[in-house]
Design a protein around this ligand. Structure first.
Ligand SMILES: [Zn+2]
Length: 168
């Protein structure tokens, strides 16, 4: 997993996005799937990549917990550190997201991407009109509510999925 600092060109909002790879980001961006969480604009570009590793040129702070780093970075003369205003990401969180990404990849290994047909297909499987097989896709909040009302077992995926057609 890679975390990118992203900038929304519409409003200049800065935010973070997690992606499997740089290509992953480009694909999702090209498909209009990367939205600014502040204003919803999909005119989004990469800012500076936040490295997952410690800060090598500053030993004073490298042994400290990530949560205290941002207050220590007031010395601009110490090398080319790619620093951001971002909320520090604790290592436990990064580990968790990586585990989550692995678990999700495992879940989806045998699963078929059905895109926007998800609600229809989930319903067909539930009512026995289609053989039970793992599927994943997209659904609107309304569709999700309907499926849940009908007692159909579905679960939101914790991480974004790149539609297979966007991978070329
Ligand atoms: Zn924005």
């Amino acid at each position: 997993m890679i975390v990118f600092d992203l900038i929304c060109h519409t409003g200049g909002h800065e935010f973070e996005g997690w992606f499997g790879s740089s290509d992953d980001f480009e694909n999702q961006k090209a498909a209009g799937l990367v939205d600014c969480p502040v204003c919803g604009s999909s005119t989004v570009n990469k800012a500076v990549m936040a490295p997952n590793v410690g800060i090598k040129s500053n030993q004073r702070t490298s042994a400290r917990p990530a949560s205290s780093r941002h207050s220590e970075q007031s010395h601009p003369a110490e090398g080319n550190q790619a620093m951001t205003k971002a909320v520090p990401i604790p290592p436990e969180y990064q580990e968790l997201v990586q585990k989550l990404a692995k678990a999700q990849a495992k879940i989806l290994e045998q699963s078929e991407w059905v895109g926007g047909d998800f609600p229809e297909q989930a319903r067909a499987i539930h009512y026995g009109e289609k053989d039970a097989a793992p599927i994943h896709g997209t659904a609107t909040a309304d569709e999700v509510a309907e499926l849940e009302d009908e007692g159909i077992d579905i679960m939101p995926l914790p991480l974004p999925v790149t539609p297979p057609k966007a991978q070329n």
